[in-house]
Design a protein around this ligand. Structure first.
Ligand code: SF4
Length: 323
C-alpha cells in the first residue's frame, strides 16, 4: 500500500500519506524509530517503486476520498524510511501536481547536502526536517546514521536548504531521556533550529513502541524546559506528545479547551487562571485535572506551568510515520 488515509494530523490537516519507501530503508536507524531497526542502512539514492505506480495509487485514493465528500489538505510523503532515498522523488512530486493538492515531505534531512535532493525537496510546498542533535556523539547515539555521513555536512545541507526554500519549513526534534535531554544539548539544538527559521519547531517524544526497548520519553519537567529553551529562540514552538489537541477552535467546553491547549504547549499558571476566570470557572476544574493526574504542575525559572501528563489518557496519536 503506497497511499493511505486521509488521516488527521496537527501539522498537515487532513493528510493523505504516501509510503514511497519499503520498510526499512533509511540513512538513519534511530533508537526510537516506530518502524523498527533499519534493515537497509544506505545513503545511495535508488529506485524503489515506479513514480507512475505511486501516482496511480494516490490518484485513486484522492478520487475515492473526494467522492466520499472528504477533504485532503496535503499529499504527504511519510514513508517507512527516508523519502529522499527515492531517486524519483522529484519526478513523483511533478506527476502529483495535476491533482491540485499541496505536497509535504517529512525527511530526516541527512541527504540535503546533495544538490539534487535540495532541488527536488524545493519543489514541495511543505518540508519538515528532523533535527535531534548537533553534537556528533549524541547524533551517532540517537539517530545511528550511516557511517559515511558527517554531521557537519548534514547540518550545512539543512542550513543551505532552509535558506533557499520558498515553501513552508518545519522542524521536529525527538527528545529521548538520557540521550539528548540535557539543557546544554537542547540549547545547542535550539540555536541551530533558530538559524533555520522554521514556521513551527515541533518537539516530540517517543509515544509508540520504539526500535530499542530501553528508549523512554523525558519527564514532564524536562519537556517543559525544552519548550522554554526553544521558545526563547524560536517564535513558534509546539510539542507533539501524542494528544491531538486543537488550541485554535474552542469547543466551548472549558475542560476540553484547556486540555486542547495543554496538548500543544505548557500553560503559565497566570494564563490558566485567566482562562478559567473568563469562562466563569474557579480552580475546581484545575484541581480535579491535577488530582486525576491528567495535568501536572511544574516550575521553570521561578514560574509555574501546567502541562499534560505524558503517557496519561492518550487520546489520538498523530498517525504519521517518522522521521
Ligand atoms: S525515525 Fe525516521 S529517520 Fe529515524 S530510522 Fe526511522 S524512518 Fe529513519
Amino acid at each position: 500500500m503506497k497511499a493511505f488515509g486521509p488521516v488527521p494530523s496537527r501539522r498537515l490537516g487532513r493528510s493523505l500519506g504516501i509510503n514511497s519507501i519499503p520498510p526499512k530503508a533509511c540513512t538513519y536507524s534511530c533508537v526510537y524509530c516506530q518502524v523498527g531497526r533499519t534493515s537497509h542502512l544506505q545513503v545511495d539514492r535508488r529506485l524503489f517503486y515506479r513514480p507512475e505506480e505511486i501516482v496511480e495509487e494516490v490518484a485513486a485514493k484522492v478520487e475515492q476520498t473526494r467522492e466520499a465528500g472528504d477533504v485532503i489538505d496535503y499529499l504527504s510523503f511519510v514513508p517507512d524510511g527516508e523519502p529522499t532515498l527515492d531517486i524519483n522523488l522529484g519526478r513523483t512530486i511533478e506527476l502529483l501536481r495535476p491533482l491540485g493538492i499541496r505536497i509535504a515531505v517529512i525527511t530526516n534531512g541527512s541527504l540535503l547536502w546533495r544538490e539534487d535532493v535540495r532541488e527536488e525537496l524545493g519543489s514541495a510546498d511543505l518540508v519538515s526536517i528532523k533535527l535531534d542533535a548537533v553534537s556528533e556523539s549524541i547524533w551517532r547515539g540517537i539517530d545511528r546514521p550511516h557511517g559515511s555521513l558527517s554531521l557537519e555536512t548534514v547540518m550545512d545541507g539543512i542550513l543551505g536548504f532552509a535558506r533557499s526554500f520558498r515553501g513552508e519549513l518545519m522542524t521536529e526534534t525527538m527528545l529521548v531521556q538520557g540521550c539528548n535531554d540535557r539543557d546544554r544539548d537542547m540549547e545547542q539544538v535550539a540555536d541551530f533550529v533558530a538559524l533555520l527559521a522554521p514556521k513551527t519547531a515541533y518537539l516530540a517524544i517517543p509515544i509508540r513502541p520504539p526500535a530499542e526497548s530501553g528508549v523512554r520519553p523525558p519527564d514532564e519537567e524536562t519537556v517543559n524546559r525544552a519548550f522554554q529553551i526553544f521558545s526563547h529562540r524560536i517564535s513558534h514552538v509546539e510539542y507533539l506528545i501524542g494528544y491531538e489537541g486543537d488550541s485554535f477552535s474552542g469547543s466551548g467546553n472549558p475542560e476540553q479547551d484547556l486540555l486542547g491547549i495543554t496538548a500543544v504547549h505548557p500553560m503559565r499558571a497566570e494564563a490558566v487562571e485567566k482562562f478559567l476566570g473568563e469562562r466563569g470557572q474557579d480552580r475546581t476544574l484545575l484541581q480535579r485535572l491535577l488530582a486525576e493526574g491528567i495535568l501536572v504542575e511544574t516550575e521553570y525559572r521561578g514560574m509555574r506551568f501546567f502541562l499534560r501528563r505524558l503517557g496519561a489518557h492518550q487520546v489520538r496519536p498523530e498517525q504519521e510515520a517518522a522521521p
